[in-house]
Design a protein around this ligand. Structure first.
Ligand code: DX5
Ligand code: ZN
Length: 222
């Protein structure tokens, strides 16, 4: 089953002095989701935003909010992120010792659960939970910062993730995040990605519509 490609601009690379306008501009330019990177300075070496910013984003867009939690102890904050208006809440397998419980908690709060894997983490770790989630996020950089280079070995993991999803949980969306540009869009789509997260490649250019259209054109060749 091939799903339409979705593009999720990551606001990490947006101009935070005009965050509301930036979100509205990418929405107008054809974004499908808004990706919000939450970092705690513990699980990853950077600190970003909390539920307050998710709640503010909720007020300026009707697009789904794709909230990527790069934090330890996600359980303690899931209720607040759900209340703030998250549509997807994605946690890291490396940061959740009781992943099944965490996924149940996200569902109880009425939010779609996602699970993310760092580049060095085996796909095997999420196989048991795959039927329980809505989104699998394969990281193609080590999380923490925007603007890093895509790690090429992740392509093989992405292909393996596609096969696994098709086999045991075809409802799951396959998302890839980190170093995504117009020039690797084709290979990423060919590997089976349904959702591209892109920060610097979109917000680093003036014309958001043109960049996303070029990404879609390249992806359609994959
Ligand atoms: C990295 C974040 C990404 C980041 C991607 O830790 O999870 O969402 O914003 O940025 P680019 O697209 O610039 O690699
Ligand atoms: Zn992210």
């Amino acid at each position: 089953m091939t799903r339409p490609l979705q593009i999720a601009p990551s606001i990490l690379s947006a101009d935070f002095t005009r965050l509301g306008e930036e979100i509205q501009e990418v929405e107008k330019a054809g974004a499908d989701l808004i990706h919000i990177d939450v970092m705690d300075g513990q699980f990853v070496p950077n600190l970003t935003v909390g539920p307050l910013v998710v709640e503010a984003a909720r007020r300026v867009t009707s697009l789904p909010l794709d909230v990527h939690l790069m934090i330890h102890d996600a359980d303690a904050l899931i209720p607040d992120f759900a209340e703030a208006g998250s549509d997807y809440l994605t946690v890291h397998v490396e940061a959740c010792p009781h992943l099944h419980r965490t996924i149940q908690l996200i569902k109880e709060k009425g939010v779609k659960p996602g699970v993310s894997l760092n580049p060095a983490t085996s796909l095997a770790l999420i196989e048991p939970i795959l039927p329980e989630i809505d989104l699998l996020l394969v990281m193609s950089v080590n999380p923490g910062f925007g603007g890093q280079a895509f790690i090429p070995s992740v392509l093989e993991k992405l292909k393996a993730a596609r096969r696994l999803i098709d086999k045991i949980a075809p409802h799951v969306a396959l998302e890839v995040d980190g170093g995504i540009k117009i020039d690797n869009a084709r290979a990423l789509r060919a590997a089976g990605a349904d959702i591209f997260v892109a920060g610097s490649a979109i917000f680093g250019k003036k014309d958001y519509a043109k960049t996303m259209a070029a990404m879609r054109t390249e992806a359609s060749k994959g």
